[in-house]
Design a binder for this molecule. Structure first.
Ligand SMILES: CC(C)(COP(=O)(O)OP(=O)(O)OC[C@H]1O[C@@H](n2cnc3c(N)ncnc32)[C@H](O)[C@@H]1OP(=O)(O)O)[C@@H](O)C(=O)NCCC(=O)NCCS
Length: 184
C-alpha cells in the first residue's frame, strides 16, 4: 500500500497521471535545473515519474509527489531514495527534493522532508539518512542544515552518473543519524 505522509501544510502522496505535465514543465525549467547537468525532456521526465511511482507501488515509500492542499495539487517531489549507483557511502537511503520555482522559499521542502526523515527513522528503522548536492546549491544545503544534517567534510565525491570534470560532478555529502543512536 502506498504510504502517505502529512504535515501542517504538505501532503506526500503517490503519483498520479495528472502530475506528469507539471513535473515535465518543472524539469524543463532552467531555474529549477540550474544545479543539474541538463534539463529533462518530456520522455525523461515521464520515465523519472514512473520510477518514483513504481517504487512507491512496490514498497510503499520513495520520492513522493508533494501536494500543498488548498494551494496546488503538485509542487514537486520530496522523499527517500536508494541510489542505484555506487559510491563510497552506498548502499544508503538519501532524502531528496525538487520543487517548481513558484513554490521555492516558502519552507515547503524543509517541512515535507522532515516528515520523510521521521518516517525513515521510525518506520523503516534506518540508522542513517544522507543527502547530497553540488557545493553551490545553497538552498538545498540550507534545507539539509535545517533538518539537522551535518556535512561530512571527508566525504566529497564525484557523482558516478555525471561526466567527470563537468561543473556539476563534484558533490558534498550530509549525514543524519537515527535520533536514538545519538542518545546517551
Ligand atoms: C532546494 C529546494 C527544494 C529548496 O526548497 P525551498 O522550499 O525553497 O526550501 P525552504 O524554503 O524550506 O528553504 C530554503 C532555504 O534556502 C534559502 N535560500 C533560498 N534561495 C536561496 C539562494 N538563492 N541563496 C541562498 N539561500 C537561499 C532560504 O532562505 C531558506 O533558508 P532559511 O530558512 O535559512 O531562510 C528548491 O530550491 C529546489 O527545488 N531547487 C531546485 C532543485 C534542486 O536543486 N533540488 C535539490 C537537488 S540536491
Amino acid at each position: 500500500m502506498p504510504v502517505e505522509l502529512s504535515s501542517a501544510r504538505c501532503k506526500l502522496r503517490q503519483w498520479t497521471a495528472s502530475d506528469r505535465a507539471p513535473f515535465a514543465a518543472m524539469n524543463a525549467d532552467p531555474v529549477v535545473m540550474r544545479h543539474f547537468p541538463s534539463l529533462l525532456t518530456r520522455q525523461e521526465s515521464d520515465a523519472m515519474a514512473e520510477r518514483c511511482e513504481g517504487a512507491i507501488a512496490d514498497r510503499g515509500w520513495g520520492l513522493w509527489a508533494l501536494e500543498i492542499p488548498g494551494v496546488t495539487k503538485f509542487a514537486g517531489f520530496v522523499g527517500l531514495n536508494e541510489p542505484s549507483w555506487t559510491a563510497h557511502f552506498t548502499p544508503c537511503v538519501e532524502v531528496g527534493w525538487r520543487l517548481a520555482a513558484e513554490f521555492h522559499g516558502k519552507g515547503y521542502a524543509t517541512e515535507a522532508a522532515r516528515e520523510a526523515v521521521t518516517y525513515g527513522f521510525e518506520k523503516l528503522f534506518l540508522t542513517e539518512i544522507v543527502a547530497l548536492t553540488i557545493p553551490d546549491n545553497t538552498p538545498s544545503r540550507r534545507v539539509m542544515e535545517k533538518l539537522g544534517m551535518v556535512r561530512d567534510v571527508h566525504a566529497d565525491f564525484d557523482h558516478p552518473r555525471i561526466e567527470p570534470g563537468h561543473r556539476t560532478a563534484r558533490h558534498v555529502l550530509y549525514r543524519l543519524d537515527r535520533p536514538s543512536s545519538r542518545a546517551k
